[in-house]
Each structure stands twice: as C-alpha cells, then as structure tokens.
Ligand binder design. Structure first.
Ligand code: GTP
Ligand code: SPV
Ligand code: MN
Length: 606
C-alpha cells in the first residue's frame, strides 16, 4: 500500500493534478507543497533556507529582506553541453543543439528522477510568463525539490495561487517543468547547503511543452520559466504562432523633444543587456526607462508594428562590474532589498561586495567559496558569473508600459557582442533581410555565463545560440518570413553595435555604459531621418561628426578607431562567416547566402 504523502494545497485542474501525483509517486518526496506565493509562505521558506545553511541573511540596514547564497563550486553557470532539445525529429533540433530521441531521453532520465526527491519537499509552482491579462497568457508549472528555486522563481516570475485559479478556470494548457537537484536524502542523512548532482541534464521536449531539468540548482538551469520556457520552448510556440521569443532587453528612450522610441537589443549572455536596459544617458535631455532586461516576446500589432513585452518579473543580473560608476540604477534597485545574491562575496558587516562594485575592495571579505578573502588573496572574491536576483518593480527607472500586456512598439533592434576587433561601434543594416543576415552571423567572445572556455570568439546568432528551441535554419527563415509579411516601412530598423572593441594595448576604445546613449541618439536620428550616413560594404556607418561626443573626454583617435570599418579585418571575417554557414548546408535560407555574396562583392569592390 502506498503511504499517503502529506500535501498542502491542490488543484481542480484534473490533468495538472494527475501529473503532480505521478511525479510525486515517482520522485518520493516527504511532502508536497503547492506554492501560494504569499508573504508568510516565503518568510518560512527563507527561514528554512537559512536553517539549512543555503542562505545567510544580510543585515537589515544594508540590504533589507535579502539573502546571500553560495552554490556548490561546480554549479555556477548554465551547462550548454548538457542541454538538449528532444524534438521528435532530429532535424527539428538542427545542427546547433544537442539532440536525443525523446523516448530514449526519457528512458534515461526517468530512472534518475526515481526517488530523487526523497527526504525533501516537492514544491509545485504555478506561474505565468508575461501578463496574466494577456489575450493568450502563457502558463507554466514548475515542480522542484529546491527551496532556493522557489524563492528565486517568486522574484523572477508571476507565481502562485491567483495564477493557478485562472489556469483552473480556463483548464488552460501549460508548460510542464520538472526539476530536481538530484540529491535525495536517506533517513537521517544530513543535507548540504547547496545540493546538486555531478550528472546534469537540461532537457526540452518542445512538442510536449515539457522541460526536465536534473542535477543543477543554478539560475538558467533550474529557474525553468526563464531560458528553458521563455526562450527555448517559447521560440517553438512563436514559430508556430507567428511571433518571436528573443534574448533581448527592451528600453524606452525619450528624446529632449519628448519623442518616445522603444528599442530592443540582443547581446549574448554577460555582454551588456542589463546595463543598457538601465542606462543613465550622459547626454543632456535624454531619458531612458526599463521595460525588460533579458527576454522579449514580440508580435505584430493590428497597426502593423512589432510590439514587445517582457515576460519576466525580476532581474537575474551579472554582479561583477556592477557599481555606482557603471550602473547606478542597478545599485539603487538592489539597495531596496528583497533580493538573493548568489556567489558574490559577503562583507563582515552583513552586506555584499563584488569586483567592480567599488574601486577599492573592503579589507576583508568572505569570498564565494566561503573562505576569508583579503585584497592580497589570489583570484576574485566573487565568481565572474555571480548574480543578483531582484524584483523588477524595484527598478527606479521602470517604465509604466512594463505593465501593459500589449507591449511596446519597437522602433529599432540592436544586435551586439564582445569583439576586440572588426565590428565597428555602430552599423545600420540596409533593410530587414540584411539585418537578419547580420544577426545570423552575430559573434562574441564567450563569457562565464556558461561553463567552458572564456574569451573564445563564437557565432551566436541573435544571441540565441544556447536558447533556440528548434532548427537554426528554420529560425532564420522565420525571421525572414516575418519581415517579408510585414509592412517594410513599419519594421524596426536593425543595428549592429560593439561596445568592446580594443586598441592595440588592449584598452577599450569606447567608454561604454552611460556613454552608449550617444550611439542611441544617433540611432534615433536615423530612425527619424534627421541624419545621413555613409554607405559601406557592411552597412550604413555614422559620419563621425554626427556622433555626439560633446563633453566626452576621450582621445579623438579612439572614437575614430571605434567607428572604423577596416576592410582588412572584414576580409578575414568573411571566411569565418562562410565556415559558420557551412554548418547549415542546403537548409540555410537562400536570402542569407545572397547577403553573404553581396558582402563579398562589396568588399571586393572597395
Ligand atoms: P546576461 O544576464 O548573462 O544575459 O548578461 P547581460 O547581457 O545582461 O550583461 P550585463 O549587462 O550584466 O553585463 C555583463 C558584463 O559586461 C558586466 O560585467 C558589465 O559591467 C559589462 N558591461 C556592460 N556594458 C558594458 C559596456 O558598455 N562596456 C563595457 N566595457 N563593459 C560593459
Ligand atoms: C544568461 O546566461 O543569458 C542569463 C543568466 O541571463 S541565466 O538565467 O543563467 O541564463
Ligand atoms: Mn541572459
């Protein structure tokens, strides 16, 4: 006879109820808790996390209602080599994703989940990505045995009983997210502060709208509403339903003339989205407000314009490099508390610190390994991919439109990456097709946001390489198709930017951060047709005098070098693009091959 498991809460959504019971019977937790999202509930969960040693409460007068967590040192980033798209057909995962037959994967994973929650609580988190008031709200349920995941999901997504009630009313379909840290506890076995398993699998079944994540407690691997749902699964929904799910920030920009433009920007992980989304323009009269910092869902409105919503509810931002001089808005946001800091250093008076927060480090810290750290210590105090997790409503510059389920009409889409050479500060594409080509060949030096080598140039199309839920060629075709079906005059202009170009001595040629507003200003002037540009083989470039550098204390030759199109560097780039496109063979949309041929011709004609 099966013993009745202690359960708190429940649902009248019969299919959901059956799934939760099936998972509980298989993973065998001590108890099942339906997460309500209430303040009392989260207080208790936080207290349990403190008792377990996962959380250290920060001082109320430093960071109110905030916690510090240190992960297992092996569980600090997304694991791209353990991430799978298990579509029924291999070709639907395409050449850029790991693939396994769905049944084969389940035969491998289901036994891993057997008893995997023993000794733990199984939490059931109903959530919605985007607005509950949307025409077609996108529901999800994450089952997890990690209280840290519950506390983080409560910040990152709209969760809880009010969501569940709407799901029940509509008997709505939803994405099934199953997550276990893969660390069952035997009777009497003591837990560790950050349970996880050496074996990790982050698996997506796009046709079934299901995600199975095993072995990791880290952000993008474990908070299933974020990358797993809102990008990988949602990109498949978007393909089928004619919209776009993209790795993009959304920024509201108001000019001194009070003209408003909404701009989306796609940069790979740890390449500056959160920073740009919170930019404080250095040029007078310009105002920037945040709509989103990581993910944009975009669809065409009845007026023919492309509208974007941010499906998230919180920020999961890179900590190192975030300071008063680089991102004061982020600093103000986290000062308000209600945050979780993971793998940053802790000060002796109950605050947090990381490299780049202040010029001088405190004399002594507890580092991300939990060890004593002083400025003489070897290595940084915080992991390069350490993160703050904070409610988006605390951002002082949040735009009112964040709450609008219809989203905001996008005037421009920026693509960018970290490139020491070759890619100028800003280039405007000739049209949507050329912009799609630029995006499909986007490249960047790898960062600590994923495990593996750092600083290696790789192609990261649309900054979606790790997040496309289907075949990349089909994804490119979808982009091209949407452009073709739209009214060209209403499409966003597409720009390519690079804040990370370097001089011969390795210094950044462009100061970045707030000064990026100068580039935004040029873009707006282009959108409004107020300035001309120089045509080049790679697209339109600013006349140097059109980039507002008033008050910028920078050697003029640096600005010139940052803006420069260098034919020799591009001669070297073309073979790399060709090599990238070879990956797709015949499947690559012809329009992209045409664009490559045009680029080559134009370079040859120089
Ligand atoms: P994910 O959350 O991983 O998707 O990252 P992100 O794209 O939001 O990157 P984020 O804004 O957190 O920036 C990552 C790192 O790049 C931080 O250390 C920043 O300080 C640094 N950074 C951001 N913008 C700039 C810039 O304009 N210039 C330079 N030099 N560094 C920047
Ligand atoms: C990224 O890596 O792009 C992130 C962090 O935004 S994670 O949620 O881990 O994916
Ligand atoms: Mn991201």
């Amino acid at each position: 006879m099966q013993q009745q498991m202690q359960t708190t809460g429940g649902t009248t959504h019969a299919e959901l109820d059956a799934w939760v019971k099936e998972v509980a019977a298989h993973t065998r937790p001590d108890r099942v808790v339906w997460v309500t999202g209430s303040d009392e509930e989260i207080e208790q969960i936080n207290a349990e996390l403190v008792a377990a040693g996962t959380f250290t409460k920060l001082a109320e007068d430093k960071k109110p209602n905030s916690y510090h967590a240190l992960s297992d040192p092996q569980d600090v980033a997304r694991v791209e080599d353990r991430t799978y798209i298990c579509s029924v057909e291999e070709k639907d995962a395409g050449p850029t994703n790991n693939w396994m037959d769905p049944q084969e994967m389940k035969d491998l994973l289901w036994p891993l989940f057997e008893g995997s929650m023993a000794g733990r609580t199984m939490y059931v988190i109903p959530f919605v990505m985007g607005h509950l008031e949307a025409d077609d709200p996108k529901f999800g349920v994450e089952i997890t045995d990690s209280a840290y995941v519950v506390a983080s999901m409560r910040i990152m997504a709209r969760i809880g009983t009010n969501i569940l009630r709407v799901m029940e009313e509509k008997q709505a379909p939803y994405v099934k997210g199953l997550h276990s840290v893969g660390a069952p506890l035997a009777e009497g076995q003591e837990d560790v502060p950050w349970p996880c398993n050496e074996t990790k699998y982050i698996v997506h079944f796009p046709e079934e709208l299901a995600i199975w994540s095993y072995g990791s407690g880290y952000g993008g691997n474990a908070l299933l509403g974020k990358k797993c749902y809102a990008l990988r699964i949602a990109s498949v929904m978007a393909r089928d339903e004619g919209w776009l799910a993209e790795h993009m920030l959304i920024l509201k920009l108001t000019s001194p003339q009070d003209e408003v433009h909404y701009i989306a920007a796609s940069f790979p992980s740890a390449c500056g989205k959160t920073n740009l989304a919170m930019i404080q323009p250095t040029i007078p009269g310009w105002k920037a407000e945040l709509v989103g910092d990581d993910i944009a869902w975009m669809r065409f409105g009845e007026d023919g314009r492309l509208y974007a919503v941010n499906p998230e509810f919180g920020l999961f931002g890179v900590a190192p490099g975030t300071g008063r001089s680089t991102n004061p808005v982020a600093m103000d946001t986290i000062e308000r508390g209600n945050s979780i800091f993971t793998n940053v250093a802790r000060t002796l008076d109950g605050d947090v610190w990381w490299e780049g927060m202040t010029d001088e480090p405190p004399a002594e810290l507890v580092d991300w390994h939990g060890e004593r750290w002083t400025p003489e210590s070897e290595g940084p105090s915080s992991h390069p991919n350490s993160r703050f997790c904070t409610p988006i409503r605390q951002v002082p510059t949040i735009a009112d439109e964040y709450d609008d389920p219809r989203g905001v009409p996008i005037s421009a889409i920026m693509f960018g990456g970290r490139r020491k050479t070759t890619i100028p500060l800003v280039t405007e594409s000739r049209d949507w097709q050329h912009g799609t080509f630029i995006a499909s060949t986007l490249s960047s030096e790898t960062t600590a946001a994923a495990t593996g080598a750092v600083g290696v140039v790789r192609r990261d199309p649309m900054a979606m390489l790790p997040f496309m839920g289907y075949n990349a060629s089909d994804y490119f075709a979808h982009w091209l198709e949407l452009g073709k079906s739209a009214d060209a005059s209403k499409l966003p202009k597409i720009f390519l930017v690079n804040w990370f170009r370097r001089g011969d001595d390795g210094r950044f040629l462009w100061p970045g951060f707030g000064e990026n507003s100068r580039v935004l200003k040029w873009m707006v002037e282009r959108i409004e047709g107020r300035v001309d540009a120089t045509e080049s083989p790679i697209g339109y470039l600013p006349h140097p005098e059109d980039l507002d550098i008033d008050g910028l204390s920078l050697p003029e030759e640096d600005v010139t070098a940052a803006l420069a199109f260098d034919p020799e560097e591009w001669e070297a780039e073309v073979p790399l693009i060709k090599e990238w496109f070879e990956k797709f063979g015949e499947e690559l949309p012809a329009a992209l091959r045409d664009e490559l041929a045009i680029l080559e011709q134009r370079l040859a004609g120089q």
